[in-house]
Design a protein around this ligand. Sequence first.
Ligand code: KIV
Length: 258
Amino acid sequence: MKNHKINILKNKKNKKKIVCLTSYSKAITKIIDKYCDIVLVGDSLGNVLYGLNNTHTVSLKTMINHAKSVSKGIKQSLFVVDMPKNTYNNINSAKKNAKEIIRKTNCDAIKIESNNKNYSIINSLVNSNINVMGHIGYTPQYKKKFNIAGLTKNDEKKLISEALQIERAGAFSIVLECISSKTSQKITEQLKIPTIGIGSSKNCDGQILVTDDMLGLSGFYPKFVKKYANLKKEIEKGVKNYRKDIINKKFPRNENSY
Ligand code: KIV
């Protein structure tokens, strides 16, 4: 079943765009699942839910707990879970931690960020029948400062080589984060596996955004985020009305009482 879903995804390359979003809970997953090819439990939850400045201290336990919640709402999308920083520093820990995530959450695949060196780790996970998604460009676990990748010839060459090595290591797909349009196009053309862009232009095979960003809940709106709803405004409206009703003794009514 897992590999069937992976094959369906891979077959979309050059045929149909791939739709992906993040989720950290059952409730959101139940809403987005039917519209997505991939639901990712991203370690962006460190910033988005826990108010951290970066993803560096997100633990394996936190990722597993949120992925368990997501597993209760997912029916059809490919279910991918991020491995947090320092949980795949060597082959043994990567295998042990990836297996723990899969055993406890029943996810289809894990995602790991590239540091230009961990190709053999990807390869050993794949050889242990673990489906791996790569992640290059702006990789928040390894970069201190935000930057757009692939703007120079030299950077472009490095990124293409990185992407090809990740493909060779056996990854089924790769996230391109904040990579210039031209370089994203070249990577997408040279790879056989699908590229999933975030801030990396329409030239990728698919797109992903952090759900809280695209629904206008997180307050984080860089240029690459298109806001498809304004949940902040909607929530505020609801809460204001709730407050008004309580103060004016309009809630609870008899129909809300036992
Ligand atoms: O952590 C995350 O949500 C991600 C996506 C932004 C790709 O890695």
